[in-house]
Design a protein around this ligand. Structure first.
Ligand code: GDP
Ligand code: IMO
Ligand code: MG
Length: 420
């Protein structure tokens, strides 16, 4: 068996949680491969809404295994809160969840460092979620991180103290000092809670599972335009959000990857700072925000909105080797009399269809205008029920990208999904 990968093609919040949950019945194992509590993956079913940050989006399904992979940075406090708010008996969650021994831990001081670093950036803030992601990955790359497996060591407290002393020294450099006592107590209690879960060599576990014929879906966080290498650097997150990140974040060989499902919204959104070529600072952008309820699942911040950006989408498809596209939030565009799609940019007076190194150098965006549709599509169950104008819009995207759109999402609920 090969492992399928599902990931975001834009700036995150494409609807990954909803679709992973909807596809879980087809898989045995769902494995998160990167990111941490900066993610907010929303799942809706039976009139209830859940937002997951660390736990893979297959957790609500009986008989499925969910894995937090080595590529994830895990905050025990967020983890505990999340497990306790799932509405599932903790014993059942323990039976459905495995945690990689190699996943790195977010310490309380990582969050302080995140805030201090953002603050020092003045007018050029990244717009971080301030969950300690950047500093935790920095420690990982600097070979000074602490991993889940270290929690089991007798001298863990010593190890922890060494790291925190270093962090506090760095924070002094930012002119800040912190009282950690209360936070540390909470963190250590949460770390004990975490130790009650099964920790494994997830790489071996996944390898064995694939050889035994079990189906695995890798779940990405964030999106391609937030990737540390391929996103709009430096306004990105600190991990590889692309398909290659599934290999390093779970320990799977590239030769064992199967389908790559690329998720995109029918328009674009971005939360936080950084370039966003098709951003609309007008009533259309506000309409998308209102109709799409475009407010961050993790921080509640309003998301910036704009038309679909095909050069960026094609780039993401190329980097990830996307085999199927899933279009999300098509219902949000209902009611726009015309839909615009950016097909190319003008850079140095020339029309280009590739993403330039510096997006700030884009002089003009070239749009293709298409007819909109006005009817409510949230009840549509199959392709033929979708309005003709929406089908034309999707077919146009397929023609421009060369990849089929096989799922069209028409509402936040698990059931509001059109399979093609
Ligand atoms: P993720 O981070 O990629 O999992 O996406 P988020 O959960 O952060 O953001 C997606 C938001 O859109 C959530 O509030 C979802 O409930 C919602 N959503 C997902 N699919 C659809 C859809 O097709 N239509 C509408 N209206 N909302 C959707
Ligand atoms: P999901 O998985 C949208 C953005 C932040 C900020 C930048 C860096 O829900 O799609 P970080 O906290 O990682 O240092 O922030 O990345 N960001 C996200 N935007 N969805 C996410 O995750 C995000 N995770 C981080 O807003 O601009
Ligand atoms: Mg999200």
């Amino acid at each position: 068996m090969n492992i399928d990968i599902l990931l975001g093609l834009q700036w995150g919040d494409e609807g990954k949680g909803k679709i992973v949950d909807a596809l879980t019945p087809e898989y045995d194992i769902i494995a998160r491969f990167q990111g941490g509590p900066n993610a907010g993956h929303t799942i809706e079913f039976n009139k209830t809404k859940h937002v997951l940050h660390l736990i893979p989006s297959g957790i609500f399904h009986e008989g499925k295994i969910n894995i937090i992979g080595n590529g994830v940075v895990l905050d025990p406090v967020v983890f505990r809160r999340e497990v306790e708010s799932l509405g599932i008996d903790i014993g059942t969650v323990r039976g459905r969840l495995l945690i990689s021994l190699k996943a790195h831990l977010i310490l309380p001081t990582h969050k302080f460092l995140d805030a201090a670093h953002e603050n020092a950036l003045g007018d050029f803030k990244i717009g971080s979620t301030l969950r300690g992601i950047g500093p935790a990955y920095t420690d990982k790359a600097a070979r000074s991180g602490i991993r889940v497996g270290d929690l089991l060591k007798k001298n863990f407290r010593e190890l922890y103290n060494e790291h925190v002393t270093e962090h506090l020294r760095a924070l002094k450099g930012y002119g800040r000092s912190y009282d950690l006592v209360g936070l540390e107590n909470e963190w250590f209690e949460a770390a004990e809670f975490l130790k009650g879960f099964k920790t494994v060599n997830a790489d071996y576990y996944i390898d064995r599972s694939l050889r035994e014929g079990r189906c695995v879906l890798a779940e990405g966080a964030q999106g391609t335009m937030l990737d540390i290498d391929f996103g709009t650097y430096p306004f990105v997150t600190s991990s590889n959000t692309v398909a290659a990140g599934a290999c390093t974040g779970l320990g799977i060989a590239p030769s064992r990857t199967g389908e790559v499902f690329g998720i995109f919204k029918a328009y674009c959104t971005r939360v936080g700072s950084g370039p966003f070529p098709t951003e609309l600072n007008d009533e259309n952008g506000q309409l998308m925000r209102d109709r799409g309820n475009e407010y961050g699942s993790t921080t509640g911040r309003p998301r910036r909105c704009g038309w679909l950006d095909l050069p960026a989408l094609r780039y993401a498809i190329m980097i990830n080797g996307v085999t199927r596209l899933f279009m999300m939030k098509a219902d949000v565009l209902s009611g726009f009399s015309e839909i615009e799609v950016c097909t190319s940019y003008t850079v140095n007076g020339e029309e280009v269809t590739e993403l330039p190194f510096c997006l700030a150098g884009i002089e003009k965006l070239n749009y293709h205008t298409m007819a909109g549709w006005s009817c409510d599509i949230t009840g549509c169950k199959n392709w033929d029920e979708l309005p003709e104008a929406l089908r034309h819009y999707i077919e146009f995207i397929e023609k421009e990208t060369g990849v089929p759109v096989t799922i069209v999402s028409v509402g936040p609920d698990r059931s509001a999904t059109v399979y093609r």
